[in-house]
Design a protein around this ligand. Structure first.
Ligand code: GDP
Length: 443
């Protein structure tokens, strides 16, 4: 996950400051030296680091910090605010035209994730009850049209294509007309990429631009390429007037430098972040939340939004009723796991919880998707009665379940124990709430 190294290093710096009742100028200097190194190591642009550190330093030796009883906390707050500012201050929203359709041109180098991101963006717009049209204007990469069509089918969004013999400019023009005729409110044009920026590519993009006059020109860049991504953004921006950047592959092993430098170097805000290959792995980019995540302070707001968008509230209510009445079975347990999985990969969910980065011996806890798969396999190997009455599970049954699920008896034991404890807690809880179907909130 991006930023892991940076978060760890910054937390070290701050934990030293936090313990102090008074902070001297020397302490601040020492801390800022470490912050500088941490940012450089995260591949943040050299000039950006210099400016950032000098701003933070200036504010940190001010009276407010020196007079505070908790100077360390005040400095963390300053860093948090400056990090937020560095990434654009507040969320840069996607434009919406008063005269639909809103036209979005997706540009970028080959392999950055343009086609995938076009599909993801369409999906995100659909979630907001919009009707996007995907446009296959990359006629050079042989598989690009097909790839977009497959994505379109997957999310049930229309895909406009005229094959690979019509010029991209013509395709874009006709697509916009098609959207108008069919009352579609967004047009997402997937343009061609190249391995490197070249004249021909830029010329084509400029022509498409002048023929459809897009409301958004979004540059898709691969965050894993760090400073290269920032340089690419800078070159594109000089020729095309980008309206925003989409950072992809933030789920990978990127150090975070691109996210922290793009806005400062190009003046272009990051509008979306992609955190995976799956179709719903695209999020609007919130600088303040990202700063909070980088500092290991979690991102509860994003987590709550994800939960609201993805969790089936009827099922959640039913689950609550079962918990109150202590009717919870292994089947319910699986169902609940399913709901949690809808929120995304577990490590990403953990990243949004405050303090989880510090607790990242968390990795040893093995709460990854694979582990969840094993739990599922164990439950699926139980008989109906066993799922409802785990107390009947003797050694032979446990051995059979372990063999059936390809796990070990120890793993089966652990799961049953966890489940027992959960049930006990629920019983106590429902007792406290008055218990039974008449309990408060039972529906
Ligand atoms: P294009 O040439 O710019 O259209 O790139 P594609 O959309 O074909 O993407 C190139 C590769 O990057 C594909 O294998 C995608 O699955 C992958 N990819 C795109 N976005 C992400 C992301 O956010 N995370 C990860 N892990 N992979 C991504």
């Amino acid at each position: 996950m991006a930023f892991e190294g940076l978060t760890g290093r910054l937390q070290n710096v701050f934990s030293k400051l936090r313990g102090k009742g008074k902070v001297s100028e020397d302490d601040v200097n020492e801390a800022m030296r470490e912050v500088r190194l941490a940012l450089l190591e995260a591949d943040v642009n050299f000039k950006v680091v210099k400016d950032f550190v000098s701003k933070v330093k200036e504010k940190s030796v001010g009276k407010e910090v020196m007079d505070s009883f908790t100077p360390g906390m005040v400095i963390i707050d300053i860093v948090n605010k400056e990090l937020t500012d560095l990434m654009g201050g507040s969320q840069a929203k996607l434009a919406k035209s008063n005269k639909p359709p809103t036209v979005i041109m997706m540009v970028g180098l080959q392999g950055a994730g343009k086609t995938t991101t076009s599909g993801k963006l369409a999906k995100l717009l659909q979630k907001g009850n919009s009707r996007p049209l995907l446009v296959a204007a990359d006629i050079y990469r042989p598989a690009a049209i097909k790839q977009l069509q497959v994505l379109g089918e997957q999310i049930k969004a229309p895909v406009f294509s005229l094959g690979d013999q019509t010029s991209p400019v013509e395709i874009a023009k006709q697509a916009v007309q098609h959207a108008k005729d069919n009352s579609l409110d967004y047009v997402i044009i997937d343009t061609a990429g190249r391995l490197h920026i070249d004249e021909e590519l830029m010329e084509e993009l400029k022509q498409i631009h002048s023929s459809v006059n897009p409301d958004e020109v979004l540059l898709v860049v691969d965050a894993m390429t760090g400073q290269d991504a920032v340089n690419v953004a800078d070159s594109f921006n000089k020729q095309l007037e980008l309206t925003g950047v989409v950072l992809t592959k933030l789920d990978g092993d990127s150090r975070g430098g691109a996210a922290l430098s793009v806005k400062a170097v190009t003046g272009c805000p990051i509008k979306f972040a992609a955190l995976g290959e799956k179709i719903d792995a695209l999020e609007p980019f919130h600088p303040e939340r990202m700063a909070s995540r980088i500092l290991g302070m979690g991102d509860m707001l994003s987590l709550i939004e994800k939960a609201q968008a993805n969790i089936d509230t009827d099922k959640a209510k039913e689950m609550e009723r079962k918990m109150r009445n202590a009717e919870f079975t292994f089947d319910d347990f699986l169902e609940q796991m399913d709901q949690v999985k809808k929120l995304g990969p577990i490590d990403q969910i953990l990243d949004m919880l405050p303090g989880m980065n510090k607790a990242k011996g968390m990795k040893d806890l093995k709460v990854d998707d694979k582990q969840m798969g094993r739990v599922e396999a164990i439950v699926h190997s139980m008989t109906k009665t066993e799922k409802r009455q785990p107390e009947i599970m003797n050694h032979n049954r446990r051995k059979r379940i372990a063999a059936g699920s390809g796990t070990s008896v120890a793993e089966v034991n652990r799961l049953i124990k966890q489940f027992d404890e959960m049930r006990k807690m629920m019983k106590q809880f429902s007792g406290m709430m008055g218990g039974g179907a008449g309990g408060k909130g039972a529906k």
